[in-house]
Design a protein. Structure first.
Length: 247
């Protein structure tokens, strides 16, 4: 048996969260933990979710040549990273594998069982949202979709209490799919489906052991991935693009 709970918006009546406890087998959780642990690296690129005040967040990254980039960074360093695929950006004007996948493809493959289980539960628990997201994923170049799922990307956070925030960049009609893994004994994994376009965040994280680790996985479809061509087309785009050309 697993615990069932859900939350509805008191104004709209829409479901904003569903929670399922002990729904993912322990061996799958352990395998995913080992596979994705190193995906969460030190970064300063998650300003809003770190909880800094607005004035503190709006700091631009300085390039090696001393010029100012358009990327905002945070004053706080946290452990976070992405696995799977990324869309085009000013720094990388082509769709691509994340850095983690480029260097750790075998580990990403080892994490696939948990991703597929979450995708199946997403379909079961939020069928209307899933149908829209899976349709979009099926229409996207399969070079940039996690195979046979509605996801393109997995964000991995380590021991990080996020501030209250709203997610940006993922499919606006979809739901966030979150799993929390931990170092130590397992009795099963918990799954939270939540409308990440509403205000959300973490309660305080208390470590009872010095080496305790909380590893959270957030699985989603990055909305701009629908603009990706095939892998070959994206590579050609990168090679032919001239400096200053708009994305």
């Amino acid at each position: 048996m697993y615990k069932v709970s859900y939350k509805r918006d008191t104004e709209s009546g829409n479901c904003i969260a569903k929670f399922r406890r002990n729904i993912i087998p322990a061996n799958v959780c352990l395998q995913a933990y080992d596979a994705l642990y190193k995906a969460a690296t030190l970064t300063d690129s998650r300003g809003t979710a770190t909880g800094e005040k607005e004035g503190e967040v709006k700091k631009m990254r300085i390039r090696k040549d001393g010029s100012e980039s358009k990327q905002m960074v945070s004053n706080k360093l946290i452990h976070s990273g992405v696995a799977g695929f990324s869309d085009r950006s000013a720094r990388f004007p082509y769709c691509r594998l994340t850095a983690f996948n480029q260097h750790n493809m075998n580990r990403f493959i080892e994490s696939y069982p948990i991703i597929k289980i979450v995708d199946n539960k997403y379909k079961e628990l939020m069928p209307l949202h899933y149908k829209l997201q899976r349709k979009l994923a099926n229409q996207t170049s399969q070079d940039f979709v996690i195979p046979n799922t509605s996801f393109t990307t997995v964000t991995v956070n380590k021991n990080w209490q996020t501030a209250v925030h709203k997610d940006k960049g993922d499919f606006k009609d979809g739901f966030g799919n979150l799993v929390a893994l931990r170092k130590g004994a397992f009795s099963g994994g918990d799954l939270l489906l939540v409308d990440v376009h509403q205000w959300h965040g973490n309660t305080p994280i208390f470590m009872e052991q010095l080496d305790a680790t909380r590893l959270s996985l957030v699985m989603y479809y990055r909305e701009k991935m629908k603009e990706c061509g095939s892998l070959r087309q994206e590579l050609n785009r990168a090679k032919k693009r001239k400096p200053g050309t708009k994305l």
